[in-house]
Design a protein around this ligand. Structure first.
Ligand SMILES: Nc1ncnc2c1ncn2[C@@H]1O[C@H](COP(=O)(O)OP(=O)(O)O)[C@@H](O)[C@H]1O
Ligand SMILES: [Mg+2]
Length: 171
């Protein structure tokens, strides 16, 4: 496995944990937010949830890089909310070699962390719509699910442990 998609609602810790995880794995970290066209960022900044139509070009741009990393055998950790099954399918684009890690947690805890976050366009008001949109991965999606109550270090260590358990040879 070479590409990890670290998914979950806004504020769950994708960027924070993803950077750590990438460092531990010697992998590239890709910030999903950076793939949004400016119109999407403007919309979210106004507190308006994105529609599927807004999301397809974003997901396709990410999928192109995921495909490149898979072809090159480059290890990468991608922080991307990937809220719906259809979004995850779009990211995978029919390829093997992508492992999902879902960061979950108490919405109140996530809200508190978001409230303390600085310099990010995502308003607190979008958390409920993200939670409503979220389709947790089904058993067939092979996701590793980790709760975010701990520190970023303990969460990253837990993800690593579970990755090694799932894939002892390559991870
Ligand atoms: N495990 C954690 N413990 C404490 N604070 C955290 C933890 N994970 C993330 N944070 C903080 O919560 C906020 C949201 O995390 P972030 O990584 O930006 O989430 P996401 O990328 O999923 O939107 C940030 O201010 C971050 O520093
Ligand atoms: Mg982020």
């Amino acid at each position: 496995m070479t590409v990890i998609v670290l998914m979950g609602v806004t504020g769950c810790g994708k960027t924070t944990v993803g950077r750590l995880l990438a460092e531990r794995l010697g992998a590239v970290f890709a910030e999903g937010d950076a793939y949004h066209p400016p119109a999407n960022v403007a919309k979210m900044s106004r507190g308006e949830p994105l529609t599927d139509e807004d999301r397809w070009p974003w997901l396709d741009a990410l999928a192109r890089d995921i495909g490149r990393w898979l072809d090159a055998g480059t290890s990468a950790v991608v922080g991307c909310s990937a809220l719906k099954r259809a979004y995850r399918e779009r990211l995978r684009a029919g390829r093997g070699g992508v492992r999902l890690v879902h960061l979950t947690g108490d919405p109140e805890l996530i809200q508190e962390r978001m409230a303390a976050r600085r310099g990010h366009y995502m308003p607190l008001s979008l958390l409920p719509s993200q939670l409503a949109t979220l389709e947790p991965p089904g058993a067939d999606e092979g996701a590793i699910v980790v709760d975010v109550a701990g520190t970023p270090e303990t969460i990253a260590a837990e993800v690593l442990r579970r990755l090694r358990q799932a894939d002892p040879v390559t991870s």
